[in-house]
Design a protein around this ligand. Sequence first.
Ligand SMILES: *Cc1c(COP(=O)(O)O)cnc(C)c1O
Length: 362
Amino acid sequence: MEKRKLNFNPGPAALPLEVLEEARDQLVSHGTLGMSLMEASHRSPAVEELIRETEVRLLALTELPPGYRVLFMGGGASMQFALAPLNFLKPGRVAAYALTGSFAEKAFQEAGRIGKTAIAVSSKMSGWRRIPAPNELTVPPDAAYLHLTLNNTIEGSQWNAVPATGGVPLIGDATSCILGRRLELSKFSLIYAGAQKNLGPAGVTAVLLSEAFGSEANEEIPLIFQYRTYLQNDSLYNTPPVHSVYMMNLVLKWVERQGGVAAMERVNEAKARLLYESIDRSGGFYEGAVDAPDRSLMNVTWRLRDAELERRFLRSAESNGFEGLAGHRSVGGLRASIYNAVSLEACKTLGEFMDDFARRHG
Ligand SMILES: *Cc1c(COP(=O)(O)O)cnc(C)c1O
């Protein structure tokens, strides 16, 4: 086999090698099915069981209390930017958004096409360098919901505490941090996560929904856009992305074997520390893109003194087997995405490379 790269891609992102190997072994003939799961009817017991099993696993790993369901939907996290307001932003109401990065802004813009919106807080003027303090938020008391982006994938920041909302329901985009650290998910009525960062390959989005909140959703919109439809049909109203759910189930089993979310969080803290330490001890050669208290555990972002030196860094990194270290095209700079499947060893190697590059070019 060709040597695998040290993959720091932001999403689609690295998957655990064990998961890929298990999927390979089951690809042509799944268990006793006599065919691959991709070829099986989505009405077959094997697929029904897969959906059920994956839901149970994700609910257990996220430690959500009874009353939540997991829906498996297509369309990516971006589709949830529209589906959340379509379902929960009814005429006459306002939806509040905390703007902490460009994905938060996209969610806000999409909601503005559907109904009335309000900015609860924005850190745009700081160049997205920080996460607002809880007392900086203004949430209209009668808001339909407050939307938070728990980890800002592009900018490299994260919410460390969930702000109080005075009873306004919370909707969270957890695409790039779900299962990477313990999150106070039970405070949310709806959490969504595109799979391709921490949960599996692209193609499926996990939607964790409080059934009570789901029952309040708009019934006027097309059935295919209603969370209710997915709730009532156990995600089998139409053909779900079966293979992506299958891969997610393997990833969830892998997370269980690592010891669950608390264990992932411990490793992820050690991984992030290695890279942030390389940034901080470089004497200004590397500049972190986010204020230290708000730095993300999953997306480490930094800059060098000019774009030419950043290009040199990337070229040198590439020839040393590192992949995916360029910052998002909208912000430039550098970014290492260190989701659950990226090993401590890979982060150590990257930290050493960064120290060495700083020595040679500082
Ligand atoms: C990647 C990402 C998205 C967009 O996901 P798609 O599945 O490509 O639509 C949205 N929000 C966050 C926080 C992300 O990291």
